[in-house]
Design a protein around this ligand. Structure first.
Ligand SMILES: [Fe+2]
Ligand SMILES: [Fe+2]
Length: 330
């Protein structure tokens, strides 16, 4: 993947710095404010985090642990944290033994209107847009939550590894969920290269991934990361059934729909393992993390809802939800 185009003052400072040698001080302009929709802020953070995943062709790998960059990134993260605090109500505290029930309560609302639209009414172009947005995460599916593995122990760790083993195909590369998603992209005539649509997605789509990386890259956020994964798994099965049906309605074949079909089955199991063993196990082992587990779940649900609202709002106005190539969004 190559560095994306800059889309505001922060990335206009950051990307030329990353293209040079590490070790120089990094000073970035302050974000306009905490915002999940600020494309410049979210893209800058996304690029900082990407150094911990696959990196960029033209960026020296030593930037990953450059102290000056980490200091600058911390400031961006503070704005993301503040934006989450504004957008996401703190769930009511519960005793550790009730974490599973509390998670089920948070997840009860689901994403009804969005997945129903894709099931029944979305055009092929809209479905392709949906997949392009989702590619930002699905092409690295499961990676952000894998950061938790060395930070957990006992029942919670075993549960997370059980889930992740499925996400990574159980030893079969062609069954990795990221690979199944690439087949979906190819079936829709989309570019399945890692990061191909980073330049085309708005800030809120990047925020979906950034929240996972924020929780994943800080050990102290392990409770939120576990809750985040549980929320994804617990709200996956039904929407994926609708996505599969919508894709078939639009002429998608079995290979293109396999990613969604697979999640209908797999996530019906994963949601039990995530809620009961991962989050229940973690809350039992570290009761002080119970509130964070629920907050992480609430963050996942809220950011996903804001993303869906953004996309639906564009579609209802008869506009595409992706930015035209080369168009810079703030
Ligand atoms: Fe998956
Ligand atoms: Fe899953």
């Amino acid at each position: 993947m190559r560095l994306p185009a800059d889309r505001g003052p922060i990335t206009a400072h950051l990307f030329p710095a990353l293209a040079g040698p590490p070790g120089e001080p990094v000073s970035l302009p302050s974000p306009a404010g905490p915002s999940l929709h600020d494309g410049d802020l979210q893209l800058a953070l996304f690029a900082c985090y990407e150094l911990h995943y696959r990196g960029f062709e033209e960026v020296d790998e030593r930037w990953e642990w450059d102290p000056g960059l980490l200091r600058a990134r911390a400031e961006l993260e503070r704005h993301l944290d503040d934006a989450l605090a504004e957008a996401v109500p703190r769930p009511r505290p519960v005793p550790p033994g009730e974490v599973r029930r509390a998670l089920a309560g948070l997840c009860a609302d689901g994403d009804g209107p969005f997945s129903r639209h894709l099931r029944r009414a979305a055009t092929l172009d809209q479905f392709r847009e949906f997949v392009a947005h989702r590619s930002i995460y699905h092409l690295k599916e499961a990676d952000p939550h894998s950061w938790a593995i060395p930070r957990l122990h006992g029942r919670a760790k075993a549960a997370l590894v059980e889930i992740q083993a499925d996400e990574y195909g159980g030893g079969r590369p062609e069954r990795m969920h990221s690979e199944l998603f690439r087949a979906t992209m190819r079936g829709l005539g989309l570019d399945d290269a890692y990061g191909a649509y980073v330049d085309r997605v708005p800030g809120i789509t990047l925020a979906v991934s950034n929240v996972m990386s924020l929780f994943g890259l800080h050990r102290r956020r392990r409770g939120a990361l576990a809750g985040h994964l549980a929320a994804l798994e617990m709200t996956s099965s039904l929407p994926n059934r609708r996505y599969a049906a919508g894709l078939r309605r639009l002429g998608g074949d079995a290979a293109a729909a396999l990613f969604y079909d697979e999640h209908v089955q797999a996530d019906a199991v994963h949601e039990q393992v995530a809620a009961h063993d991962l989050c229940g196990g973690l809350a039992a082992a570290e009761p002080a993390l119970t509130g964070d587990i629920l907050y992480g779940a609430a963050c996942a649900l809220t950011v996903d809802r804001l993303w869906a609202e953004h996309v639906m709002d564009r579609w209802e106005r008869g506009e595409p939800s992706l930015e035209p190539a080369g168009h810079l969004v703030a």
